[in-house]
Design a protein around this ligand. Structure first.
Ligand SMILES: *Cc1c(COP(=O)(O)O)cnc(C)c1O
Length: 380
């Protein structure tokens, strides 16, 4: 047992959970009052905490995962069998899987270089082509990758011009903002993830955010098995078991108290890597364009070639340091490769050459120094 704990401690992880201590108080309260289930004060409180954090007329539904939140957003937008949904190809598979749960078809859109997020030019090209094929897309899933906001103005303009709603996947982006407007408030629907690897976590969980009170009520109904009013178990529509547990919501309440601090620490990591590595011509960084504020969930650096990226990754692995290739684009995934795609090469290049460095808010300066030293040693 002792050895196991030691092994967990000595490894430097990509993005481990970082508890503040406040979580335990909310969990203890749930145990004391036996509010283990059903839904209770922690769930309601967690939703209120997020609503007041966003401060943007937002209605929040706490859910069991970010994936569930995307699924419900698609259902609320009436995405169904045979419909097409435009989706950023540079993302994690959970952004796209729910499209297929609905029997709909993802259409992949490549990224722009400035943000690594959905390229507005390709998005508009795709919309025009799909409309010409008589297949007007039902929704756009835009991602705030690694915490960097997408080009909100451009994507919203296109969304309005063609009357196609946006689902904002902010799974990685709570704490970021675009021209002062917080991530989680850009889309017709927005989602957060509180999975264990995200900037704050409930060990597993997510949230759906809407600007519409009725939509929240409908989401809660669907997420709690779509039980019709009354004590009989009567159902007139298909439901889901997607609500967050009252115990886990307690972890979320504790984490919300330290969100700003966690953003500062993640940004500190980026700054440290940038200051120590950016003078090396072989390594490039994603800069923050004017008006963008990223939470720097993960710091991802781009090397000259796939070989260098892999060499560095393996060198870190040998020292018990976890790093990961940048997300493999969805259009390259065996399970998605037959779907239509609009490409410009950006997502493939980032996948080949990009490496996500350890980015936890609980990294120490010694950890950061060790990582930088190993990377530098490769180029000496
Ligand atoms: C983590 C993540 C999700 C899924 O969230 P879960 O809570 O793990 O279901 C969706 N999209 C992106 C971009 C993510 O990083």
């Amino acid at each position: 047992m002792k050895n196991k704990v030691f092994a967990l401690k000595s490894k430097i992880w990509l993005s481990p959970p970082h508890m503040s201590g406040y979580e335990q108080e909310f969990i203890d309260e749930a145990f004391k009052t036996n509010w283990i289930a059903p839904l209770g004060p922690n769930v309601i409180g967690f939703e209120k905490d997020i609503e007041s954090y966003l401060n943007h007329n937002s209605h929040v539904v706490a859910l069991s995962s970010g994936t569930a939140a995307i699924h419900l957003a698609l259902i609320l937008l009436n995405v169904g069998f045979g419909d097409e949904v435009l989706c950023q190809t540079k993302t994690f598979a959970a952004s796209v899987n729910p499209v297929v749960y609905q029997g709909a078809k993802p259409i992949f859109i490549d990224s722009e270089k400035e943000t690594w997020n959905m390229c507005p030019v390709l998005l508009e090209k795709a919309i025009k082509e799909r409309i010409a094929l008589n297949k007007k897309p039902k929704a756009i899933i835009a991602i705030n990758l690694y915490g960097m906001p997408y080009n909100v103005e451009a994507i919203n303009r296109i969304s309005k011009a063609y009357a196609i709603p946006v689902i904002e996947d902010s799974a990685e982006a709570i704490g970021g903002n675009y021209k002062g407007q917080k991530c989680g408030t850009f889309g017709d629907f927005s989602i957060f993830s509180f999975n264990g690897n995200k900037i704050i976590t409930t060990s597993g969980g997510g949230a759906l955010i809407t600007r519409n009170k009725k939509a929240k009520e409908k989401a809660v109904f669907l997420a709690t098995q779509a039980k019709d009013i009354g004590v009989e178990y009567s159902h007139s529509t298909i439901g889901y078991n997607y609500r967050l547990s009252n115990v886990l919501a307690g972890i979320g309440r504790g984490q919300m108290k330290v969100l700003d601090d966690r953003v500062d620490l993640r940004r500190r990591n980026y700054k440290f890597y940038y200051e120590h590595l950016s003078s090396n011509k072989n390594i490039s960084f994603l800069k923050e364009p004017e008006g963008y504020f990223t939470n720097r969930w993960l710091t991802c650096v781009v090397f000259q070639s796939n070989k260098v990226r892999e060499d560095v990754r393996l060198l870190l692995e040998k020292e018990n340091i976890e790093s990961r290739p940048s997300w493999k684009p969805m259009h390259l995934q065996p399970v998605f490769k037959s779907f239509p795609k609009y490409l410009n090469g950006t997502s493939e290049e980032l996948y080949e050459k990009g490496l996500c460095l350890p980015s936890g808010s609980n990294l120490t300066i010694e950890d950061l120094n060790k990582i930088v030293k190993i990377i530098k040693s490769y180029f000496e």
